[in-house]
Write a protein that binds this ligand. Structure first.
Ligand code: NAD
Length: 492
C-alpha cells in the first residue's frame, strides 16, 4: 500500500481504530494538515461541506491530552517557528533554543512523553515513531493541536536516528528495545530519555552507560521519582543520619494484576511491523497476548512486575541505602499464583539482597494484600532511630523513637522531562536527576532478582565484573542471543 504524505514530507497518520460501542464521543475539528491525510478509509470520519471532522472518544481524549488542552489558549502566542520543513538556516537557529525531539513508542507511556514534552516551551516534537501504525492517531492529533501541524510519522526507528534534524529522542518502547535503541541513538549523536528499566538484561545496561560516555550524550533514565521534591527530601533526611544507622530497606510493589487468560497465535495484524516490534528478541508466532503492554509478563520481552512497576521502588530503596554498586548476594522465590494464564513471570515474588552492613528486601504482590505503614507501592527504610516510609511517587513520612511517633515528612513533585531538556541545553550530564549509571544499576538489581528467581538458588555477585562468582549458568543469563541485525554490540 502506498503511504500518503503531508505537505511537510511526513507520513500521514493511519486512520483511527473503530470506536467501541457505548463510549462517550465528541466531534473534533481536524487541523488542515491532518485533514489533508484523511481518506475515505477513515471509518470514523464525517465529511460536511469542505470541513473534515473526526469523532474521538471524549473521555479518553481529554484524559490523555489534558495538558495539551490546558495549554491550547496559551500556545497561539507561544507557537514556535521551528517546523519540519524549516530551511537550513532556520534549523541552525532553532537548534540553539528549541530541542527537536522524536518520541519512539507512543502508545501508553509514550503518550505521556508526548504530553510532557509538548508542555515544555523549549521543545518541538517533530517526529513520532511506532512500529504499529494503528496506535499513533492520538499522539499525532495531540501534537497537531499543540503546534498546528501534524508531526512526521516513521515506522522504523532507524530512520529517526538517520534524521539530522532531530536533536533528541525519548524512548517508550517495550523493555527489550531500550538498550539497543539508546545505543543507536547515542551513536547517531542524539540525546536520549529512555524509559525504565533502561535495559532488558545486565550486560546491555552497562553497554548503554558506555555508549552515553563514549559519544558524549545526555542520557536520562526514566525513573522520574528522582525529580520529585518529596522523594529528594526523603533521601536528604536519610543522609542526615536522623534515622540512625539504616540496617534495612524494603521495596514494595503491591499492585493487583488480573489474569491475561489465553489467546491463540494468529496472523500479524495489518499496520504492525512485527519484525521490528520483536527486534532484538526471539521471534515467535504472533500472539496478541504477547503484544501491547502484556509483553511485560513474558521473559522474551519483559522483566515481570519487578522490572515494570517495581524498578521505580527498587531505585528508591537502593538510592536511600546509598548503594552505588551491586549487592554481594541475591536470592528470590515466588510464583504465578491464584489463576492460570499464558504469562510466564511471577505475580508473587520476594527478593533479598545482602550487603556488608544492611539488607534490601523487595516484594512483588500481584494479588489482594494488605499495606505496610500505609505503603503499597513505595519503599520503607528501617533505622536504629526510626522508620521512613515513601508511600507514593511524591510522599514520605517518618516514625521516630521507640514508640515510632510521627516525625518529619512531606510531599512534592517535579518535572523529569524538563530536567532532561535543561541538561540537553546546558550539555551538563551532571545536572540530570536520573543519571544513566543509576538507571543501569537499579535495572540490574531487578535483573539479578529475576535470574535468582529463575534459577531458584542464592547467587554470589562479582561486583567488579557485574557478573556472578564461578557460576557460568547464571552468567549466561546476564545477556541474551540477539537477533541480527538487532544486536547490542559487546563494544559500543
Ligand atoms: N516511567 C513510568 O512511570 C512508566 C509508566 C509506564 C510505562 N513505562 C515504561 O514505558 C515503556 C512502554 O510501556 P507501555 O506501557 O507504553 O507499553 P506499550 O506496549 O503500551 O507501548 C509500547 C509502544 O512501543 C511500540 N514499539 C515497540 N517496538 C518499537 C520500536 N522498535 N520502535 C518504535 N515503536 C515500538 C509499540 O508498538 C507500542 O505502541 C516500558 O518500558 C515501560 O516500562 C514507564
Amino acid at each position: 500500500m502506498v503511504k500518503r504524505r503531508t505537505e511537510s514530507g511526513g507520513l500521514c497518520p493511519p486512520p483511527l481504530p473503530r470506536l467501541p460501542k457505548g463510549g462517550s464521543y465528541e466531534i473534533l475539528r481536524l487541523s488542515k494538515s491532518e485533514a489533508e491525510c484523511s481518506t475515505a478509509r477513515d471509518r470514523n470520519t464525517n465529511r460536511s461541506s469542505n470541513r473534515v471532522m473526526r469523532i474521538v472518544d471524549r473521555r479518553q481524549f481529554f484524559r490523555d491530552s489534558a495538558a495539551i488542552a490546558a495549554s491550547m489558549a496559551a500556545l497561539r502566542g507561544t507557537r514556535h517557528s521551528a517546523r519540519a520543513d524549516d530551511t537550513p538556516d532556520d534549523r541552525k537557529a532553532s537548534a540553539n533554543d528549541t530541542v527537536r525531539l522524536a518520541v519512539i513508542g507512543v502508545r501508553g507511556r509514550g503518550m505521556e512523553h508526548v504530553l510532557g514534552f509538548a508542555g515544555l516551551k523549549d521543545v518541538r516534537i517533530t517526529t513520532i515513531c511506532d512500529v504499529d501504525e494503528n496506535v499513533v492517531g492520538l499522539a499525532s492529533r495531540g501534537i497537531a493541536l499543540k503546534y498546528g501541524a501534524v508531526p512526521k510519522y516513521v515506522q522504523d526507528l532507524r530512520r529517526v536516528f538517520d534524521d539530522k534534524d532531530i536533536d533528541a529522542v525519548s524512548i517508550a518502547t517495550p523493555n527489550h528495545w531500550h538498550a539497543l535503541a539508546t545505543i543507536w541513538a547515542c551513536q547517531a549523536g542524539k540525546d536520549v530519555y529512555v524509559e525504565k528499566p533502561i535495559s532488558h538484561n545486565v550486560s546491555e545496561g552497562r553497554r548503554v552507560v558506555e555508549a552515553a560516555t563514549k559519544y558524549g550524550r545526555i542520557v536520562q533514565a526514566g525513573t522520574q521519582c528522582r525529580s520529585h521534591k518529596g522523594i529528594q527530601d526523603a533521601i536528604a533526611f536519610l543522609r542526615s543520619g536522623k534515622l540512625g544507622q539504616v540496617y534495612m530497606a524494603k521495596g514494595l510493589c503491591y499492585k493487583p494484576r488480573g489474569s491475561i487468560g489465553f489467546k491463540p497465535d494468529t496472523a500479524v495484524p495489518s499496520g504492525l511491523d512485527y519484525n521490528l516490534w520483536v527486534g532484538p528478541a526471539e521471534i515467535k508466532p504472533f500472539n496478541a497476548n504477547r503484544l501491547h503492554y502484556n509483553w511485560h509478563w513474558f521473559w522474551n520481552t519483559g522483566n515481570g512486575d519487578l522490572g515494570n512497576q517495581g524498578i521505580h521502588q527498587m531505585d528508591l530503596a537502593r538510592w536511600g541505602l546509598g548503594k552505588s554498586g551491586l549487592p554481594k548476594t541475591v536470592q528470590s522465590s515466588g510464583g504465578r499464583f491464584g489463576y492460570k494464564d499464558q504469562a510466564e513471570t511471577p505475580n508473587t515474588q520476594s527478593v533479598a539482597f545482602e550487603f556488608d552492613d544492611c539488607l534490601l528486601q523487595f516484594e512483588v504482590r500481584g494479588l489482594l494484600t494488605n499495606d505496610e505503614e500505609k505503603v503499597r507501592i513505595g519503599a520503607i527504610f528501617y533505622g536504629t532511630e526510626g522508620i521512613l516510609a515513601i508511600s507514593s511517587y511524591t510522599e514520605w513520612q517518618t516514625y521516630l523513637g521507640p514508640k515510632l511517633e510521627p516525625g518529619p515528612g512531606g510531599n512534592g513533585g517535579g518535572n523529569h522531562f524538563a530536567n532532561f531538556i535543561q541538561a540537553v541545553k546546558s550539555r551538563d550530564a551532571m545536572s540530570l536527576n536520573g543519571p544513566i549509571e543509576d538507571g543501569h544499576i537499579s535495572s540490574a538489581y531487578c535483573h539479578l532478582g529475576n535470574i535468582a528467581y529463575r534459577l531458584r538458588r542464592k547467587l554470589h555477585v562479582d561486583l567488579a565484573r557485574e557478573s556472578f562468582l564461578n557460576d557460568a549458568e547464571a552468567d549466561a543469563m546476564l545477556t541474551r542471543e540477539y537477533r541480527a541485525p538487532f544486536v547490542v554490540p559487546s563494544k559500543v
